[in-house]
Structure formats: structure tokens, C-alpha cells
Design a protein around this ligand. Structure first.
Ligand code: G6P
Length: 609
């Protein structure tokens, strides 16, 4: 979603701002803009489309300055256009904004009555005018900023500059993440640490309803009611290189290939013989999960699919009833919370608006504790949850989640084992066998990747197809859902995931010779049932693509394309069988010529609801 970068320094900041925007491109956007103060004037350039268009415009027209703000916009109020792109200017002020001002229409009419005129359709232009309006009667800009922010409803991450005061950069956060980067004799603000890695690794995370005032050598933070706040500085373990594409054609491809390593990293230091060390989940002790009687998982998108797999494992290995729900649904209904329930959120970014809102709701409900499975240290979910299990996927740039998903799965498996052990629900032998299997996971993931070429050849057969069906049973059903999601989001081929047993209850009506049907069919307890479903599809003439294991007896005929993958422990199948489906989606997208890493209309981090 929208991205913010701001800088104040003793050097020209426009290249820092543009580089920061490039690093935020992965979040998804449709236009971009920059504004610097030069000779007490606001110099503002905006373009639609990619950041490279903005870079070219800045190269031609120039936008120098020792202080500036920049933005990538993902349209909410008003179409993508130069006029609607940020920064928005009112008099001496320029503002960039992530989030949504919900009462903007009401504020806009009040400001129009007071003589303000608006060029854009955005809520952001209303906010900058509101700050400007209050500045006329306030002692200084900080006061005006606070008054305005107390009047708006909705969510915001903001960066503000004033051409009459080129020595100060203002920032504020409520409901939309914002971080401050600390340099030497220069300071920065951004919506994401990745934007600032070339200039600093030292960060301050703004909390909800905080305002920051930055100069080149000082950072003051206040609450919205003006109380000063002491903030601690956190050193990031990411480096600028962590977001390079290396020799790969796309970030997504690189991230698929990084999975053996990211799975290894997720295990690193966490297995101790037949025990999973308590430090695996930050904040727990040996009794934390002992009294848990129910588990509620909440997440969005791919993370939700990880939760669906987690339900199978948690119920099997802990005996604790587990429910999984999409965050945007959970947050708007009255859920019944059992005594001694654990609330789990799953999120790559830790900033997804609906997931965060669900956690905040859960904290008012009678959950015993909250735990998040998250990839980003310092993110809102991590800071607001009681416990955290970090996935160690590393920075994930491709909008379509790949290594974040498989490390979420592995984390859920480790969590199920931890909870199962604390509740004596799992025998020593079962625990030992699963951990032995888990230790082989990175090497097996590497083996599964070696099927890339075979899958690329199969992907050619999807060219020109409009619809596909993905089938799976049991714990492989959510993997079929994830396979379908991957394909649709990056190749734009319509894909539906179905529990194979549901085939007869509707989707079978769609099947004809034109419809490729992908079946996730590893050798497991449900394979015979699934083979019957495969026959039902075959009888209707569809072309079948069966991802199976080497020893599984799938009929070989011209109608069926079987990918015979390595035999592997059943418990690891959801993780390993995800890999060929990611590769299939990737190659279909490349063949279809789509923007693989930044598919249309999608955002990496959905920070508005
Ligand atoms: C967006 C991304 C998905 C992601 C989902 C949830 O839709 O495009 O890849 O799965 O958000 O994001 P989270 O960061 O909470 O896992």
C-alpha cells in the first residue's frame, strides 16, 4: 500500500527519497510524488505509474533540497492521477499520508465555507488544509498539527514540511505504521524500515497517536495531547543487500529459491535434541500453554491459509479445539470466547490493518493471552502481542507471499509441538519422529525445487486458459487454496481451490476439456479418496495435473500429467507441496507477461481496511 519517505539532512535529500520510494515499490502503488524545500519554496513533482517515471521527471526538472518528503500512492479516495498523487500542498505546507481520513467529507465542507479550494479528490488534501487553517490561529505548526489530528477520524501515517521552517520535519502515526530512522547529522521518516536501509539501521518505532518532530540532530516525540515520550532505539538486523534480486529474474523467483535457507533459519537455535527451546516463542515459560483450552487463529490472505493448515496440526498434536477466521470477518462479529483461550495472529508484515484490529479487539475480549507469528521484528503486531514466534523468512519483496508462507507453516508446526508437549498430548515417540522429519525439511525443500524445469514445461500448457481448479483433501486442502491464490494473483488466470470431497457439490459443473484441474495428491491417509475424485474429473474430460509422490499409483494417460515428487514424511507434505505450486504460478505469470513482483491492484502490506 502507500509508502512514505521523508528526510532532513545537511545534503541534498532527493536521491535518498527516490531510492526510498524504489524500496517501497513492492508494497503496491499507482502514482508517486516528491516535494523538497529549496530557497524557501516548495518544489513538488508527481507522476502516475512507476517510480522510474518520477525519477526521470526529477532528473529533467530537478528537485533539490536539504529537507523533503515523498510518497507512493495506492488509490483510495480518487482515481490514480498526478493531481491526486501526494504530496498535497496548502499554502506553505506539504503533506504525505498513508491511511484514510473517514470524516474528510464533513471537514472538506467546513473548509470550503472558510474559503479553502481543493484541486484533488483526496482526503489528504483536506487534512493539509485543516492543518493550515489551524496554523493561522496557533502558536506554531506543532500546535496546529496536534489540533488537526485530534479532529480527524480514521487512520494515518504522515510526514509534513513547512517552507517557512526548512529545519523541521513533522511525522505522526495513528493506525498506519511509521518509523524514524536515525542518521549522523541527519534523520529520516518512513513507513517501512526497508526504505531507509541504505542510510541507517537505527530506528525508532512510533506508537499509536504519537507525533515526532525531527531536525538534523534531534528527535522529539509527543503523544497527540502533547505529553513528551521517551523512545528507545532499535538496531535492525536487515541490511540493504537483503532486498537485492541477485541473479534472479524476479524477487518472487528468488524468494521461492530461498526457502531451504529460510526454513533452516526458522529452525536455527530452536531444536535442542527432542525439545523445542522455550525461546522459540518470545515471552513464554514452561507452563504458558498448560491451561489453554481453545485456540482462535486470525489472519488475512496467504497467512490465513497458513492458519488453516495450523488448525489440522494444532488439533492433531495438542487436542485443543482450534478455530481459524479471516481477520476482516472476525473483527466485525460477536465471537464467543471460551475460557482459557489463546488468540493467535499470523502475518508476514505485522501491519495488516484487519489483523491488527482483530488483535486489539481480542485484547478487550476474554482471551487469556495473544501470540503472533510474524516475520517483521518491531512491527505493530509484535509490539502489541503478549508472545511472538518469529518466522525467519528474511525480507520478502514479491507481493505474492512464498517463503513467508512456508516459514509460517514450519512455525505453526513448532508451536503445535510446544503446546502439545506442555499439555502432554503428544507422545515422546511421535514428538521425536516429527522433529527428525523437521530436521530434513531444508534438504527436502531443495529437492522439491529441482523440479522447476519440469514445472516450467507444464506451465506452457496453461497459456490461454481462463479458469482452473485446484483440489486437495485434509491438510492439503488449504494448500490447494494457496496454490489457487498464487496462480490467480500473479498470472491473472481465474483459479479456485476446493476440498476434493466438495467437487460433486458444485464445481464439477464447470469441468470440461478446456479446464485444467490441478490436484495436490501426496501419498497420505486420504490418497485413495482423492484418487476417486481424480477419476470423477477424468470422466468429464478435463486435463489433469497431479502433483503426487513417486510411489503413488496415479493412472498415466494422455489426459493426465503427473509430477512425481520425492517421497517425504506426511507431516511435511503441506510445506513441501507448496513449492511446486509456487513454481507453477510463477512460470504461468512469466508466460502471461504479467508484472510478477507487483501484480496489478495488489499491495504487499495492506495497512488500510
Ligand atoms: C496482502 C499480500 C498477501 C498477504 C496478505 C496478508 O494481501 O498481498 O501476500 O498474504 O496481505 O499479509 P500479512 O502481512 O498480514 O501476512
Amino acid at each position: 500500500m502507500c509508502g512514505i519517505v521523508g528526510a532532513i539532512a545537511q545534503r541534498n535529500v532527493s536521491q535518498i527519497l527516490l531510492e526510498g520510494l524504489s524500496r517501497l515499490e513492492y508494497r503496491g502503488y499507482d502514482s508517486a510524488g516528491i516535494c523538497c524545500i529549496n530557497n524557501q519554496e516548495l518544489r513538488c513533482i508527481k507522476t502516475t505509474g512507476k517510480v522510474k517515471n518520477l525519477k526521470e521527471a526529477v532528473k529533467e526538472q530537478g528537485c533539490p533540497g536539504f529537507i523533503g518528503i515523498a510518497h507512493t500512492r495506492w488509490a483510495t479516495h480518487g482515481v490514480p492521477s498526478e493531481t491526486n498523487a501526494h504530496p498535497h500542498i496548502c499554502g506553505n505546507l506539504a503533506l504525505v499520508h498513508n491511511g484514510i481520513i473517514e470524516n474528510f467529507a464533513e471537514l472538506k465542507s467546513q473548509l470550503i465555507e472558510k474559503g479553502y479550494e481543493f484541486k484533488s479528490q483526496t482526503d489528504t488534501e483536506v487534512l493539509v488544509c485543516l492543518i493550515h487553517y489551524h496554523l493561522q490561529t496557533s502558536a506554531n505548526l506543532l500546535e496546529a498539527f496536534k489540533i488537526a489530528l485530534n479532529e480527524v477520524k480514521g487512520s494515518f501515517g504522515l510526514a509534513l514540511i513547512d517552507k517557512n521552517d526548512p529545519n523541521t520535519l513533522y511525522a505522526a502515526r495513528s493506525g498506519s505504521p511509521l518509523i524514524i530512522g536515525l542518521g549522523i547529522g541527519e534523520n529520516f521518516v518512513a513507513s517501512d524500515t526497508l526504505a531507509l536501509l541504505p542510510v541507517t539501521r537505527r530506528f525508532i518505532y512510533l506508537e499509536e497517536n504519537e507525533i515526532a518532530v525531527l531536525t538534523t540532530d534531534k528527535i522529539d516525540v509527543y503523544t497527540l495531547d502533547g505529553t513528551p515520550v521517551e523512545k528507545s532505539v532499535v538496531e535492525s538486523d536487515l541490511d540493504a543487500e537483503s532486498i537485492s534480486k541477485g541473479n534472479f529474474r524476479h524477487y518472487m523467483q528468488k524468494e521461492i529459491y530461498e526457502q531451504p535457507q529460510s526454513l533452516q533459519n526458522t529452525l536455527l537455535g530452536r531444536l535442542n535434541g527432542d525439545d523445542i527451546s522455550l525461546e522459540t516463542v518470545v515471552g513464554i515459560d514452561k507452563d504458558t500453554f498448560k491451561d489453554i483450552k481453545a485456540i482462535q487463529i486470525v489472519a488475512c490472505g496467504t497467512s490465513y491459509h497458513a492458519g488453516l493448515v495450523g488448525k489440522y496440526w494444532l488439533e492433531e498434536l495438542t487436542g485443543i479445539a482450534t478455530n481459524v477466521e479471516i481477520a476482516s470477518e472476525y473483527r466485525y462479529r460477536k465471537a464467543v470466547v471460551q475460557d482459557n483461550s489463546l488468540f493467535i495472529t499470523i502475518s508476514q508484515s505485522g501491519e495488516t490493518a484487519d489483523t491488527l484490529a482483530s488483535l486489539r479487539l481480542a485484547k478487550q475480549q476474554k482471551y487469556k493471552k495473544s501470540l503472533c507469528i510474524c516475520n517483521v521484528n518491531g512491527s505493530s503486531l509484535v509490539r502489541e502481542s503478549d508472545y511472538t514466534l518469529f518466522t525467519k523468512a528474511g525480507a520478502e519483496i514479491g507481493v505474492a507471499s512464498t517463503k513467508a508462507f512456508t516459514t509460517q507453516l514450519l512455525s505453526l508446526l513448532l508451536l503445535a509441538l510446544l503446546i502439545g508437549r506442555q499439555n502432554n498430548a503428544i507422545s515422546d515417540t511421535q514428538n521425536h519422529e516429527i522433529l527428525e522429519a523437521v530436521r530434513k525439511l531444508p534438504a527436502l525443500a531443495q529437492e522439491f525445487l529441482s523440479y522447476d524445469k519440469e514445472i516450467e514445461d507444464i506451465a506452457c500448457q496453461f497459456s490461454g486458459k481462463r479458469h482452473t481448479l485446484f483440489l486437495g483433501r485434509g491438510v492439503m486442502f488449504p494448500i490447494a487454496l494457496e496454490g489457487a491464490l498464487k496462480l490467480k494473483e500473479i498470472s491473472y488466470i481465474h483459479a479456485e481451490g476446493y476440498a476434493a470431497g466438495e467437487l460433486k457439490h458444485g464445481p464439477i459443473a464447470l469441468i470440461d476439456k478446456e479446464m485444467p484441474v490441478v490436484v495436490v495428491a501426496p501419498d497420505n491417509a486420504l490418497i485413495d479418496k482423492l484418487i476417486s475424485n481424480i477419476e470423477e474429473v477424468r470422466a468429464r474430460g478435463a486435463r489433469l495435473y497431479v502433483f503426487s509422490t513417486q510411489d503413488t499409483l496415479i493412472k498415466d494417460d494422455p489426459q493426465t500429467c503427473k509430477v512425481s515428487l520425492p517421497m517425504c514424511p506426511e507431516i511435511l507434505q503441506p510445506i513441501l507441496f507448496t513449492i511446486p505450486l509456487q513454481l507453477l504460478a510463477y512460470h504461468c505469470a512469466v508466460i502471461n507477461g504479467t508484472d510478477v513482483d507487483q501484480p496489478r491492484n495488489l499491495a504487499k502490506s495492506v495497512t488500510v481496511e
